[in-house]
Design a protein around this ligand. Sequence first.
Ligand SMILES: [Zn+2]
Length: 98
Amino acid sequence: MSTDTDRDLEAELESPRAGQSGIPIDAVCTGCGRVRVKRAEPEEMGQHPQIDPMALEATDCTSFKHVCHPCGSATWWNPVAVLTGLIESDGDEDEPRA
Ligand SMILES: [Zn+2]
C-alpha cells in the first residue's frame, strides 16, 4: 500500500461520509483496507465518554463500526491516529465579560 501524501484530511472530515459527531480519527477499513477520516465517539472505541480527545491515543482505541462506501455496508475500522489537529476548539467562547 502506498502512503497517500495528497490526502486532504480536512476535506475528508467535512464530508458527510465521515459522520456527524465524534472525534476525528484516521482509520483503516478492515474490509477493503482504505484509510479515511471518520468521526467516532469515545464510547465506540472503548473509551470514557468524557475523555479529553487531546489525550487520546489511537493505540488505546478499539475498532469501531462505521459505514464504508466501497464496501457498501458498515464495517469495522481500526484507528490509526487521533487527528487532534482537526478537533474544533469550542471552549474559548465563554470568557467572562468584564
Ligand atoms: Zn471498506
